[in-house]
Design a protein around this ligand. Structure first.
Ligand code: SF4
Length: 398
């Protein structure tokens, strides 16, 4: 995380984050892709991602922030973590879903106490643990018994070699598939997150076939954003991404589980165009699975709290608008200038500002920031040329 006021030595080391679907309130059977209460995303997010710790035993090649074996010395303490949970209540009903991420949330010794504390407050909790030796059948059973709504696991290859090469630790593929088996047997709803990058694209259909027999609720393809260790992997070109999005939409029609994207909101535009080409009208589109994500993007429907309490629009958009130690999460989300502008897609620069899909899509703010240096720039993953005319700049006097 590159935070304002953060020592340079700490930059890029805040934590890793396993992507969880930007469109899913709860990656769960009966929840994942289930109906969520309508809300004004400028007031209340659907999902709060809390990076509980940067500690993690894996060394994923695309880790955005180079997770470390040890927690950050300034990590939120247990009392501060309870204060964060109390602050979440200030959003009011319907409360956002809390997604525990990292690093590896299993590295927090107070994990189960904090899950209980969230549940006692009426906050729904999902978790994205790392696939290490700590992710045992017993731990999964405890997570279920403590009331988690869903489990997110990363799978970046259809075989051990490509997956373990990306995750940096041999045996991670086997552990992930074992966890899928156990979680399925325990009835824990599972979301699988798969990296979509140049290194994984050819294997994605085989990953889908591997997952098909399993009890998966949702499969989300995370379109790589090159931050942190992600810079050693190659993102898809816009043409490749467009082709993959078309494949995702086609695949989603017959998939036994929901198929979605992370950091690729232009998938909504691709899906709408494909539905329209087949004669689907607005009503059918609104009832389609892809409509669940309409309007959600980094900082609008999504907020990220780092392991040191920084409040960012998303894990892959490392701009802090405040810290929960000194500010209120709901106040920052609703009123901070950064969030204020992220809530207004018509204020975006370039195509994403005047595109007719801006309210439904708005582009990946994280990718725009990575590519242009502006969180309000155009998402370069999308080649769409809006059919509306760009607004004219006022003529210069000089
Ligand atoms: S131009 Fe921007 S807002 Fe329009 S579809 Fe592409 S990414 Fe979305």
């Amino acid at each position: 995380m590159v935070m304002p006021h953060q020592p340079a030595a700490d930059r890029g080391k805040a934590s890793t984050e396993r992507p969880v679907d930007e469109q899913a309130a709860k990656p769960a059977h009966g929840h994942a892709g289930g109906h969520h209460a309508p809300r004004d995303y400028s007031q209340t997010p659907l999902n709060i991602y809390w990076e509980m710790t940067q500690a993690c035993a894996l060394a994923c090649r695309h880790c955005r922030a180079e997770a470390m074996p040890q927690p950050h010395p300034d990590q939120l303490s247990f009392p501060e973590s309870l204060q964060l949970l109390d602050q979440i209540l200030e959003f009011g009903q319907p409360l956002p879903q809390l997604i525990l991420t990292g690093g590896d949330p299993l590295e927090r010794p107070d994990l189960f106490t904090l899950i209980d504390a969230a549940r006692e407050r009426g906050i729904g909790v999902s978790i994205t643990p790392a696939a290490t030796a700590a992710l045992t059948q017993d731990v999964l059973a405890r997570l279920r018994d403590h009331g988690i709504d869903g489990l997110g696991l990363s799978l970046d290859g259809s075989r051990a070699a490509p997956h373990d090469a990306i995750r940096g630790v041999p045996g991670t593929f086997a552990r992930t598939m074992q966890a899928v088996e156990w979680a399925g047997e325990l009835g824990i709803p599972i979301q699988i997150n798969t990296l979509a990058a140049a290194e994984t694209a050819a294997d994605i259909p085989a990953i889908y076939e591997l997952l098909r027999p399993h009890r998966i609720a949702r499969w989300s393809l995370f379109f790589l954003i090159s931050v942190g260790r992600g810079k050693v992997l190659q993102p898809l070109s816009a043409d490749q991404a467009e082709g993959l999005m078309a494949w995702i939409f086609e695949t989603s029609r017959n998939s036994p589980f929901l198929v979605a994207t992370t950091e690729a909101p232009s998938y909504r535009r691709v899906a709408i165009e494909m539905m329209r080409s087949e004669g689907a009208g607005g009503d059918a589109i609104r009832k389609s699975g892809v409509a669940r994500g309409f309007g959600i993007r980094d900082g609008h429907g999504i907020v990220f709290v780092s392991n040191t309490g920084e409040i960012c629009p998303a894990g892959f958009l490392p701009l802090s608008a405040g810290n929960i130690r000194t500010q209120r999460l709901a106040d920052v989300y609703r009123n901070a200038p950064l969030f204020d502008r992220l809530h207004d897609s018509s204020s975006f620069e370039g195509r994403c500002g005047y595109c007719e899909y801006h309210a439904l899509c708005g582009g990946s703010r994280a990718r725009a920031y990575e590519a242009t240096g502006s969180a309000f720039g155009t998402d370069p993953l999308c080649l769409y040329e809006p059919s509306v005319t760009p607004p004219q700049k006022p003529a210069s006097d000089g």
